[in-house]
Design a protein around this ligand. Structure first.
Ligand SMILES: Nc1ncnc2c1ncn2[C@@H]1O[C@H](COP(=O)(O)OP(=O)(O)OP(=O)(O)O)[C@@H](O)[C@H]1O
Ligand SMILES: [Mg+2]
Length: 497
C-alpha cells in the first residue's frame, strides 16, 4: 500500500528564476523521511510538485515507477498523495467541516449531507486533538487551531503518502506530542511520510532518514541514527553553526523601565498581569498555547479589548488605541500570525517594508528610490534570501517572509519591541542571525519582549522569563532559574517549591 516516489532531475523555474536545479533522489516507501534545508532551499516547492500544486519545468516524477504529471492537487490525491501546507491553505470564510470536505463534499441524493460531514469532521478533529465545533468558521480560529485543521483535512484524504510541511511550527508541546503519536500510527499503517521542520530535535527523534537540500539541489541523505543535530545543521548550511546564542549582556540595575504594565485584565484571557521591561533587557514570555501571552500583547496594542490595566512607556502613562498609535510612541509588536497580520502577502517587498512608515517617504510625493534603498538595506541586514526584488511577499519562502516581517516592524526604529514567535519556520543559520539581531537591539538600549514556544530559545536569549498559565503570571524567572524543567513546571502549573 505504500507509495514509492522518484524525483528524476526535477527542474523548476518561476518566470526567469530557477529554484530547483535538477533534484534527483527517491523516497523509500513506508518510512518517515525528514527533509532538511535552509530557508529558500526549495523544500516546499519540491513537495508542491509532488502533491500536484506546482508543475515541473523539466524532469520527471515517478510514482510506483510510472511517470506522472499532475494537473492539480486532486489528481495527486487520487493516487493517495496529500500535502499539509506550511502556509495554510484554508478558506477563512468557510467552516472547519466545509474546509475538510472542500472538493470532496458528501452528498445525499442531490443535496449536500452537512450532518454527515460535520460528524465525520468531528472524528478527524478528535484524532488531532482539536476540541472545537466543526461548524466554526476558520477565520475565528487561532494559528495553532488552523494548523490542526490542516492536519485533520489531510487525514480525511486517507493518504498513502503524507507530506507535512512544518506542521509543528505553531503547535504547543502537548499538540506536538499528539501529532507524533499520529505520525507513528500512520507509519505503522504503511503510510510514507515526508516531514519538513527546522526543529532538529524533532528530526532526530521522529524520522528514519534525513534528506538534505541546499540551493535547489539534493545534497545528501543519511540514516537518522547516523547523524546528530549538530551534523544535520552543518549539512544544511554547508558550514559550522555552533554558538547559536550570543553571550548575554548584563543589564545595569539603574536601567529605566521602558515598558511597565500594571494589573492588565483582558476578559477571558488575562488576569492582573504586571511586569516591566528595562532598557537593554530581553524579557521572555513562556506558556502553553492559550496561556494568554499573545492576547496580553494584543490588548496592549489596542487589537483586543482590555478592561483594566495601566500601561507606561518610558515612565509616562499612555492610552494606546491601535498599533499605529503604539508605533508613534515607539512601541511595536510583530504578530505570530505572519500571513494574517504581519505581512500583506500580495503586495511587493518594498510596499510591505515601508507601509507603516510611509510619511518618511513622502516629500510630499512618494520617494521610491529611498524606499528601494531601504529595501536593499533590509535585505542585507536581515539576510533575506530572494531572487527577485520586485516579487510579491507571497513568493518568498516561509522563513524569508518571517525575516521581511521583522524588517517591517523594526523599520520605525521602536524603543520597545515585542516579537511573537520571531523564529517560527526559520532555519538554523537564519535563527542565529535573528538572535544576534535581538541582542543588538537590546544592546542599543531598547527593551525587547520575546514570546516563544521554544524553551531553548527563551533560555538562550532572555535575561528573565515570565511564565503565564491560564492568564496568570505564574512565575518571573531570573537568570539562575532558567532551566527547561522549571519553565515546563510553571507553564503546566505542576511546580512545587
Ligand atoms: N510562487 C513563487 N514565485 C516565485 N518564486 C517562488 C515562488 N514560490 C517559491 N519561490 C522561490 O523559490 C525558492 C524556494 O522556495 P521554497 O518555498 O521552496 O523554500 P523552502 O525550502 O520551503 O524554505 P522555508 O524553509 O523558508 O520554508 C525561494 O527562493 C522562493 O523565493
Ligand atoms: Mg517551505
Amino acid at each position: 500500500m505504500s507509495l514509492s516516489v522518484r524525483f528524476n532531475n526535477i527542474v523548476k523555474d518561476f518566470g526567469p528564476v530557477r529554484v530547483l536545479h535538477g533534484v534527483d533522489f527517491a523516497l523509500k516507501p513506508g518510512r518517515v523521511v525528514g527533509l532538511l534545508g535552509e530557508n529558500g532551499a526549495g523544500k516546499s516547492t519540491l513537495m508542491k510538485i509532488l502533491a500536484g500544486y506546482e508543475r515541473v519545468t523539466a524532469g520527471q516524477l515517478l510514482i510506483d515507477g510510472v511517470p506522472r504529471h499532475f494537473a492539480d492537487a486532486r489528481e495527486a490525491e487520487k493516487l493517495g498523495i496529500s500535502l499539509i501546507h506550511q502556509e495554510f491553505n484554508l478558506a477563512e470564510h468557510l467552516t472547519i467541516a466545509q474546509n475538510i470536505f472542500l472538493g470532496h463534499e458528501k452528498t445525499r441524493g442531490l443535496l449536500l449531507d452537512r450532518e454527515a460531514m460535520s460528524r465525520e469532521a468531528a472524528t478527524y478533529l478528535a484524532q488531532v486533538g482539536l476540541d472545537v465545533d466543526p461548524d466554526t468558521r476558520v477565520s475565528e480560529l487561532i494559528v495553532a487551531e488552523k494548523q490542526l485543521v490542516e492536519i485533520a483535512k489531510a487525514l480525511s484524504r486517507k493518504a498513502r503518502l503524507l507530506i507535512m510541511d512544518e506542521p509543528t511550527a505553531s503547535l504547543s508541546p502537548g499538540e506536538t506530542v499528539r501529532l507524533f503519536e499520529l505520525m507513528s500510527r500512520l507509519k505503522s499503517e504503511g503510510v510514507t511520510i515526508v516531514y519538513i521542520s527546522h526543529k532538529l530535535d524533532e528530526m532526530e527523534a521522529h524520522t528514519d532518514e534525513v534528506v538534505v537540500m541546499r540551493d535547489g539541489s539534493f545534497v545528501t541523505r543519511a540514516a537518522t541514527a547516523d547523524v546528530d543535530r549538530r551534523q544535520m545543521a552543518n549539512l544544511m548550511v554547508g558550514r559550522d553553526v555552533s554558538d547559536m546564542f550570543p553571550p548575554k549582556k548584563y543589564v545595569t540595575p539603574d536601567a529605566p523601565a521602558l515598558l511597565r504594565v500594571t494589573d492588565l485584565i483582558v476578559p477571558g484571557w488575562v488576569e492582573n498581569l504586571s511586569f516591566e521591561v528595562r532598557a537593554g533587557e530581553i524579557l521572555g514570555f513562556a506558556g502553553l498555547v492559550g496561556a494568554g501571552r499573545t492576547e496580553a500583547f494584543e490588548a496592549l496594542l489596542g487589537l483586543r479589548k482590555k478592561s483594566a490595566g495601566l500601561v507606561e512607556l518610558e515612565g509616562r502613562a499612555v492610552d494606546i488605541r491601535d498599533p499605529r498609535d503604539a508605533m508613534e510612541l515607539g512601541f511595536t509588536y510583530l504578530s505570530e500570525d505572519r500571513k494574517g497580520k504581519g505581512l500583506h502577502v500580495d503586495l511587493g517587498l518594498r510596499e510591505n517594508l515601508t507601509m507603516m512608515t510611509l510619511e518618511k517617504y513622502a516629500h510630499p510625493w512618494l520617494d521610491l528610490n529611498a524606499g528601494r534603498a531601504a529595501l536593499d538595506k533590509a535585505i542585507h541586514d536581515f539576510g533575506i534570501r530572494l531572487r527577485d526584488r520586485d516579487c510579491a511577499a507571497r513568493s518568498l519562502s516561509g522563513g524569508n517572509q518571517q525575516k521581511l516581517a521583522l524588517a517591517k516592524y523594526l523599520h520605525s526604529n521602536p524603543r520597545v519591541i515585542v516579537l511573537d514567535e520571531p523564529t517560527r519556520g526559520v532555519d538554523v543559520g537564519a535563527k542565529r542571525d535573528i538572535y544576534a539581531l535581538i541582542h543588538r537591539l537590546a544592546a542599543e538600549g531598547r527593551a525587547v519582549v520575546v514570546i516563544s514556544s521554544e524553551l531553548i530559545e527563551l533560555i538562550g536569549l532572555s535575561h528573565r522569563v515570565a511564565v503565564l498559565h491560564g492568564g496568570h503570571l505564574q512565575a518571573m524567572l531570573g537568570p539562575d532559574q532558567l532551566t527547561e524543567e522549571n519553565l515546563i513546571a510553571h507553564a503546566t502549573n505542576t511546580h512545587h517549591s
